[in-house]
Design a protein around this ligand. Structure first.
Ligand SMILES: NC(=O)c1ccc[n+]([C@@H]2O[C@H](COP(=O)([O-])OP(=O)(O)OC[C@H]3O[C@@H](n4cnc5c(N)ncnc54)[C@H](O)[C@@H]3O)[C@@H](O)[C@H]2O)c1
Length: 251
């Protein structure tokens, strides 16, 4: 999986799945722009520790000025943008509960990041990709819209939206040679999840037992699928979402 000569932006790269993706793409040769609400200098250090290169940038995906600057910085400092990984999201701070107890303000905050933020990042990079003759977008979705899990209705709705956006964007951007795919992890013991005792208690064992490969899922389990969608091997694949969940849900 050769990602040499690719310049790839990873959002939400300060911790967990995003950080693992940023380091893995860099270790396969990509120059990586690691972004998060605060510049993820630790992730950049981890990239450099595996012999990779990149930059660390602050970019809040809910702010169009910052997402436009993120894309501009990638072009100015690295010379172009071949890829975007939309990983930033609100997940690990969610406390599962009945939908009647989730107020609309929380729905709005979550959609602002998981759905509108993702759309803004696409709007920021696509003009650069069009001008360069193509590109790749990988959206980090989730197994939850496939399974319809209870007690986080706003989150399931947000990831269902991204699943549909992945398909529609693939059709809309195909003529510009911009490929759009999704990776849908199962319950993953990311840094954030490890600090959420309610999620761990409610979801860890039940998720493990539902898998064909009955073990915990970790952030590094997700990175291979992202690298594949960024690589030459996926040149004729777009609009697809690959479940990476140890064989829990079959799509
Ligand atoms: N952990 C899981 O079980 C799991 C399973 C399936 C999908 N996912 C998805 O994978 C992605 C990463 O999950 P995680 O568990 O590592 O998440 P996390 O909640 O621990 O971390 C997400 C990252 O996004 C960043 N972020 C939040 N709001 C942001 C904003 N406005 N702008 C920029 N960055 C922002 C956070 O700072 C954090 O570094 C999320 O999209 C999540 O929905 C997670």
């Amino acid at each position: 999986m050769d990602l040499n000569n690719k310049r790839i932006i990873v959002t939400g790269a300060a911790s967990g799945i995003g950080r693992a993706i940023a380091v893995a793409l860099a270790s396969r040769g990509a120059a990586v722009v690691a972004t998060d609400v605060r510049a993820p200098h630790d992730t950049l250090a981890a990239i450099e520790a595996v012999g990779g290169r990149g930059i660390a940038l602050a970019a809040d995906v809910t702010d169009p000025v910052q997402t436009d600057a993120m894309a501009a910085q990638c072009v100015e400092r690295l010379g172009g943008i071949e890829g975007l990984v939309n990983n930033a999201g609100i997940y690990s701070t969610i406390v599962p509960r009945p939908f009647e107890q989730i107020d609309l303000d929380e729905w709005r905050k979550l959609f602002e990041v998981n759905v509108f933020g993702l759309a803004r990042c696409c709007q920021a990079v696509v003009p650069h990709m069009r001008a360069a003759g193509g590109g790749r977008i990988v959206n980090i979705i989730s197994g939850v819209p496939f399974k319809g899990i209870p007690f986080m209705l706003h989150y399931v709705a947000s990831k269902g939206a991204v699943l549909g956006m992945t398909r529609s964007l693939a059709k809309e951007l195909g003529p510009a040679n911009i490929l759009v795919n999704g990776v849908a992890p199962g319950f993953t013991l990311s840094d954030g999840v490890m600090h959420n005792p309610v999620q761990l208690e409610k979801l860890r064992e039940i998720s493990r037992n539902a898998r064909s490969l009955a073990r915990d899922q970790v952030a590094d389990d997700v990175v291979g699928a992202v690298g594949f969608f960024m690589s030459a091997g996926a040149d004729f694949i777009t609009g697809q979402t690959l479940l990476v969940d140890g064989g829990s849900h079959f799509n």
